[in-house]
Design a protein around this ligand. Structure first.
Ligand code: TRP
Length: 449
């Protein structure tokens, strides 16, 4: 039953941080965080967000790492091996990864499309906000063009997965994550030199609590979980490849800090531009695809900056889609006993089909509704508001209350080798704080009270 010694592990200490950060850092940081922060008052939201990362995201990430590394199995196999009655957490993970990929691949396709159109000068040909809005509308409703880019992106993800854990996932993270930071820093410096930089930074960092409402906490929590990639077994799967001497809580702390740093830098890049152009920071999901191209356009070397910015989105997105793909591939490979090759192709085929339908649901299949939502929106809603909080809730209930405490302690301290001074706090957060807050968030999301 156990095939420990056959399983590959990642190379060094840094590799664990890089692959996990590759999963965390994604469209959630660069596309979603700035607009959510923009809609929720900027600085005050940032503070609450950081609180959610430290008090909730971090303990759950450590818990997922412990489940993955102690079993060295895919998400389903891991929970099954620990207690078969809790296997449903693993199935929820595989399902959620599949559904997230359904819309995430589509948005990833847009980022490729915008990179190409920045490069060809197509984006620079327009001037007014209305023109950019209609351009975006035309991009996403066109029946075949976004599909082409989405399929291209899916095949790129597949290629990395097909190369395997070490040659594909680990090596790509080692190249792409440093590249991502170089681009981020270049764009941040560029943003800080803009006339609206002071106002933009003030908006991002100065906490104005008058903008905080009851739903701000819930929004911040959902954003933190999505951004960190916790709750649906991605970190279980990745930790199953960690080495026995990897320090789980340092890895989780580093990943959380990097992820938060990228979100903050994305804000540093976007808000100065927004204020320089005199646009309201509350323009929502279209901030990156409609507002920014127009802003870039007014600047010298606009083509270069917008190409580099959309390339940043592509890089951030692919390391995340790789991690979601791996959740499904590892499951099919280990539980269905398919070859890794066949498992990867099955995952690619199934997600390509779902992403195709999701992409078309924004255009020609728009009339086809699920509870009044397009397939694209339904996938986003079902994963972010239902499967993700549910997965996180059951993960902390299981690890906090059901998992053998000795086994948990052993795993997070590497068999007693590492000291964990705030272990009591970790357990308290996992047992009480996380489940109670998650339950409230979950009920609120369903609109049950
Ligand atoms: N965290 C990624 C982002 O910020 C997306 C992602 C990858 C994810 N794996 C996940 C989200 C698992 C939730 C759960 O874009």
């Amino acid at each position: 039953m156990t095939h420990h010694h056959h399983r590959v592990t990642l190379g060094g200490k840094l590799s664990a941080v890089l692959v996990a950060a590759g999963s965390s850092v994604g469209l959630g940081n660069i596309w979603r965080f700035p607009y959510v922060a923009g809609e929720n008052g900027g600085g005050a939201f940032l503070l609450i967000y950081i609180g959610c990362v430290l008090l909730l995201g971090l303990p759950i990430m450590v818990a997922e790492f412990a489940v993955g590394r102690s079993t060295r199995r895919n998400a389903v196999g891991a929970y099954h091996a620990l207690d078969r009655r809790w296997s449903f957490i693993g199935y929820n993970s595989v399902l959620a990864a599949f559904l997230i990929l359904g819309f995430y691949f589509v948005v990833s396709g847009w980022t490729v499309e915008y990179t190409v159109h920045s490069l060809t000068g197509e984006l620079a040909r327009h001037t007014t906000a209305e023109e950019y809005a209609s351009l975006f509308e035309r991009f996403i409703t066109n029946p075949w063009r976004p599909l082409l880019y989405t399929l291209l992106f899916i095949l790129a993800t597949h290629a990395v997965i097909a190369l395997g854990v070490q040659k594909g996932i680990e090596r790509s993270a080692k190249v792409l994550m440093p590249l991502l930071f170089v681009i981020l820093i270049a764009l941040s410096i560029h943003a800080l030199l803009m006339p609206g930089a002071g106002e933009g930074l003030r908006f991002l960092f100065y906490p104005d609590f008058s903008k905080v409402t009851a739903s701000t906490l819930l929004t911040a929590l959902g954003q933190a979980f999505f951004s960190l990639s916790v709750g649906i077994g991605t970190m279980v799967t990745y930790a199953s490849y960690f080495k026995p001497d990897t320090n789980l809580r340092h890895t989780a702390l580093n990943v959380s800090l990097l992820d938060t740093l990228v979100a903050v830098l994305a804000g540093v890049i976007i808000f100065p531009a927004v204020f320089t152009a005199g646009i309201a920071p509350t323009s929502g999901p279209s901030l990156v695809f409609i507002t920014l191209p127009g802003i870039f356009n007014g600047m010298p070397l606009s083509m270069v900056w917008s190409t580099v910015f959309f390339l940043l989105l592509v890089v951030a997105a692919i390391t995340s889609t790789i991690s979601l793909h791996e959740v499904i591939t590892a499951y099919l490979h280990e539980e269905w006993h398919l070859s890794r090759r066949a498992a990867a192709w099955l995952t690619t085929g199934a997600t390509a089909l779902l992403a195709t339908l999701a992409s078309l649901s924004l255009g020609v299949l728009g009339g086809w509704r699920i509870f009044g939502l397009t397939l694209f929106d339904a996938l986003d809603f079902a994963t972010a508001n239902i499967l993700l909080p549910l997965g996180s809730l059951f993960t902390c209930l299981f690890v906090g209350w059901k998992l053998d405490p000795a086994r948990l302690h052993d795993e997070v301290t590497n068999g007693g080798e590492l000291r964990f001074r705030i272990y009591g706090l970790f357990i308290f957060l996992l047992r009480w704080v996380c489940p109670i807050i998650l339950l409230l968030v979950f009920l609120d999301n369903l609109g049950l009270y």
